[in-house]
Design a protein around this ligand. Sequence first.
Ligand code: COA
Length: 320
Amino acid sequence: MTTRIIGTGSYLPETIVTNDDLSKIMDTSDEWISSRTGIRERHLAKEETTSSMSIEAAKRAMADAGVTPEEIDLIIVGTLTNDYMTPSCACEVQAGIGAENAFAMDINAACTGFMAALHTAHAYITSGLAKTALVLGAETLSKIMDWNDRSTCVLFGDGAGAAVVRADEAGLMSYRQGSDGAKGMCLYGQNRLNNNPLVSNPTKLEYIHMDGQEVYKFAVSKVPACIQEVLDEAGLTPDDIKYFALHQANIRILQSVSKRLKVDEDKFPISLDHCGNISAASVPILLDEMNRKGMLNRGDKIVLAGFGGGLTWAASVLTW
Ligand code: COA
């Protein structure tokens, strides 16, 4: 018994902001952004929130899977930008879709968030604690970007992706995940400081800070190694894999991973050109785009992989 993805859905905010649009409000250019990252535009939230996008993505995934809200017994959202400290985004999704039989919780594994949600759902399902789960990655990163820091804000976008997973004979074949907290400050965003009758700190808005080159070096070494491990464990070679659906941070990272695995770049689908990096939401949004374009047939073997803040990383091989 394992865990199979039986439906996908996603939601991107209505407003599209191109690189040229950004060049009108900061010292940057389409040439700089697209040549270094592959990103041409991103969707930014105006009215949408992390929860509202998640609810829409969840409804679309349930429609694709043909499941009712009552059948969902677990909801996990990977996010670092939930709307409230409590209730969690997952609890808001539960209320929004009427999944009254579900247990709901968020997971923060930054850009690895969807993979962490998927693997946690797998652990619940294979241990018998859940049967049908909704796993999501959702972010409103634009609210935690410093729009005066051109080296980070141009890279990220907003959106949500969801998958319905269920106990089945075929599905997840192997998975790996890891963290290196000692390198956490390569990509960080501080939360509230201590503030109580004993200590007083001024309330200050904090944003995401990133050492881009360190994160790049981490990604191009750890991600191919992790993918090779899940392939070995599943007894497969890269030739057996139809697609490698990776976290969408930077086209150069994807090209480097394809080179290290000796796999044609065509096997690495792209959504970062029109979405930018949406952290935990990247993988499920990409998967939903592939599903809706008819790129996936039942029985195909695919690799999913996420990596980012923490530092964290994860990959799995699955039968579609
Ligand atoms: N537009 C124009 N110029 C910019 C710019 C922008 N948006 N952002 C930075 N620059 C400038 C810098 O100020 C610097 O100028 P200087 O040489 O005069 O000091 C120059 O461009 C080079 O900056 P640098 O940071 O060295 O660029 P880089 O080649 O390392 O590329 C990244 C930066 C962010 C694209 C690259 O490091 C990267 O992709 N890293 C991975 C990040 C990532 O994917 N993180 C998420 C993982 S989940």
